[in-house]
Design a protein around this ligand. Sequence first.
Ligand SMILES: CCCCCCCCCCCCCC(=O)SCCNC(=O)CCNC(=O)[C@H](O)C(C)(C)COP(=O)(O)OP(=O)(O)OC[C@H]1O[C@@H](n2cnc3c(N)ncnc32)[C@H](O)[C@@H]1OP(=O)(O)O
Length: 447
Amino acid sequence: MSNPADNKSLAELLKQMALANQSSEPAAVPEKKLEDYKFWKTQPVPNFNEQVSKEGPIENKTVKDIPLEPYPLLDLFEWADDLDLTRDDHRDEVFQLLYENYVEDADSTFRFKYTTEFLDWALKPPGYKKEWHVGVRVKATGRLIGFIAGTPCDLKVREQLVKSVEINFICVHKKLRSKRLAPILIKEVTRRVNLQGIFQDLYTAGVVLPSPVSVCRYNHRPLNWSKLYDIGFSYLPENATKTQMIAKYTLTKEGKLNGLRRAELKDFDQIFALLQKFQERYELVQDFTRDELKHWLFGNVDLQDKVKVIHTFVIEDEAEPGKITDFFSFYLLPFSILDNEEHSELGCAYLFYYATDCDENQAALKRRLTDLIGEALIIAKSLGVDVFNCVSCQDNNLFLQDLKFGQGDGILNYYLFNYKAKAINGGLDSQQKVDYDTVSKVGVVML
Ligand SMILES: CCCCCCCCCCCCCC(=O)SCCNC(=O)CCNC(=O)[C@H](O)C(C)(C)COP(=O)(O)OP(=O)(O)OC[C@H]1O[C@@H](n2cnc3c(N)ncnc32)[C@H](O)[C@@H]1OP(=O)(O)O
């Protein structure tokens, strides 16, 4: 989209709420210095603008160095050591905490509509550890007021394989903010991960911390402009009419690509091979095991399409039946809309992994990806999605403009814990705007 202003309010909303993970602050120009970060200056993270000559761990510890006892909490609180996300009641507690506190919407008008299916998919990939779902309860009432989650996530940083986890979903109850609970949650999850012999971590945040290895920007493609307008997400640019806006974002009912169908488990080997090959172009990728990728792309295959979280599609070569040439995937995480008589839910899709065997040249790749993700938009629309989001990672910059994605205000900073690496291109220019003439070197997609 050439003029992103027409869905600025949507971008702002997603920035504020959608991932509680975004911020409009420019990440490259930190307002604070490392010394100003009372907690982070004590952690093995690189300084801002540090020149990295040799990539690798910052400190070297072994399991023997790690305390066996949990970090002490104020007497009011206790670690939720029983937290077990296979239990419905415990999943409900995490759901409640996130539902009420993860989202930062001043008017409490919009809330993440986490489902059991979403939490299962996001928090319980193969090899997940119950003890990496770290909770804090109020001793007197048993109420869960803090949470942070680690999930297995080995990485490849340039040529180096890095045994690692991903940390996400840190949340402290609104009434208990600014009381330094977050650093304790972080230290405790670090301790528990370290005890398994893992000393590195990938995480993303909207806030600027010392020190991002990469920075990406959010992009939003309205699929149901009139609904976004009705609920105050999108506004009407001065020189346009509603009809023009609706027309601008109207998609064809059918895509262009032959051989498109939902991915099936029998396609998995080819999908795995395609992704591995395609991701060789990036400098930061997740080093998936087969089971992990199966989980992330298929989730629970028995679920009905309506409640599926992750949707994966393939292109089967018509000339060579059974041969998969491309795949793409996206996940759904809707919002509840409160206090609106007409609309109760906002459907949001997030682009996930994709790959193609098209490797002729950049122009052909651009055409192919535009067609592929164009199909994703049409399918998402048919599933009731109102807005389709992605960041400037992978090769997304190649199709954003042609597919009418608007550049959002939200920035996503990528961090590596206890690992120094040279900066990795997140697809932005020096002003942190999407650079449509280049592609990022970030291949990993974060929830
Ligand atoms: C090897 C294994 C390693 C594993 C761990 C690796 C690291 C993982 C790191 C976690 C990756 C998580 C990825 C995601 O989940 S990103 C999603 C973040 N979650 C939300 O935005 C939900 C709504 N917000 C909240 O629940 C609270 O505001 C949170 C919990 C975010 C902070 O609570 P609170 O507002 O009550 O503050 P405090 O007084 O307790 O603590 C203040 C300290 O916390 C630093 N802070 C603030 N926000 C973040 C943030 N998003 N990542 C890291 N640090 C953050 C802040 O700079 C300050 O430190 P310093 O400035 O003094 O130094």
